[in-house]
Design a protein around this ligand. Structure first.
Ligand code: AP5
Length: 248
């Protein structure tokens, strides 16, 4: 199976990812919801391998924008970078513009795993409009739940590869060689927002802006809540069990 090309999502535009395998007859279109550090990215990686769908993370776009040559940034990315450099939250309209620049990924015949978007009720409403305009719909919104102390443990021990973005944990998923990515040999680093002072701010923003999405999607009948306790494989098995509920 060929892997999805996440650069198409990171860079935006009209490129499509070139894959040799045939798309699934019924692709999955999912949103992964949950507090920072609950393990959405880890599950997205496992789901992506099993379902062929690409992980579409808005957080990854922001981090890519920070590292990119400024002359290559789209207007929405430049806008987002400005907010981040001033230490402000990126407003809904800018995030929505970024996702609009990546409509190709939402239309992808392999499906998608949205990770970090939508993050507010307004973003969710606009996503509904975007999908309806393409005659597409979400299969499920997977809401991962984890006790607060465990969220802090997961975030403070996370290390990320600068090159391929694979995530590790210094205790639960250490790399074979300290600070070196097992997959590509890239350097591992601690994300700026994984430092204790930033973690508190992120969890507060989640409670205020993102937690209301649980009610929003429950009303739409597509919310499925999953315990994020246990090993990644155990959580993945719970997730697959829920996906098997999908009817024709
Ligand atoms: P984003 O990158 O989306 O961050 P997040 O939602 O805060 O989520 P994380 O990536 O921190 O955590 P995760 O749940 O994916 O956990 P992971 O799998 O890595 O966004 C970053 C920032 O960008 C936001 O704070 C916001 O400011 C901005 N932003 C993004 N989207 C936006 C939007 N739409 N609107 C406005 N602003 C936006 O796991 C964490 C650690 O735990 C890892 O080390 C992992 O190895 C470990 N781990 C995972 N699962 C397990 C397990 N089962 N057992 C033990 N350890 C585990």
């Amino acid at each position: 199976m060929t892997k999805c090309d996440r650069n198409v999502w990171l860079q935006g535009g009209n490129e499509v990812c070139c894959r040799e395998d045939a798309p699934p007859a019924r692709p999955y279109r999912l949103v992964l919801l949950g507090a920072p550090g609950v393990g959405k990215g880890t599950q997205a990686e496992l789901l992506s391998e099993r379902l062929q769908a690409c992980q579409l993370s808005t957080g990854d776009i922001f981090r890519a924008a920070k590292a990119a040559d400024p002359s290559t940034l789209t207007p929405a990315m430049r806008d987002a970078l400005g907010y981040m450099q001033r230490g402000e939250l990126v407003p809904d309209d800018t995030v929505i513009a970024l996702v609009r620049e990546r409509m190709t990924c939402l239309r992808c015949p392999y499906g998608f795993l949205l990770d970090g978007f939508p993050r507010t009720v307004r973003q969710a409403e606009v996503l509904d409009e975007m999908l309806a305009g393409e005659n597409l719909h979400l299969d499920f919104v997977l809401n991962y739940e984890l006790p607060f102390e465990e969220v802090i443990n997961r975030l403070s021990g996370r290390r990320t590869c600068r090159v391929c973005k694979t995530t590790y944990h210094i205790v639960t998923k250490p790399p074979r060689q300290e600070n070196v990515c097992d997959k590509c040999g890239g350097e591992l680093y601690q994300r700026e927002d994984d430092r204790p002072e930033s973690i508190r701010v992120r969890l507060q923003a989640y409670e205020e802006s993102t937690a209301p999405l649980v009610d929003y999607y429950a009303k739409h009948g597509i919310l499925r809540t999953i315990s994020a306790e246990g090993s990644p494989q155990e959580i993945f098995a719970r997730t697959m069990q829920i996906l098997s509920e999908r009817t024709a």
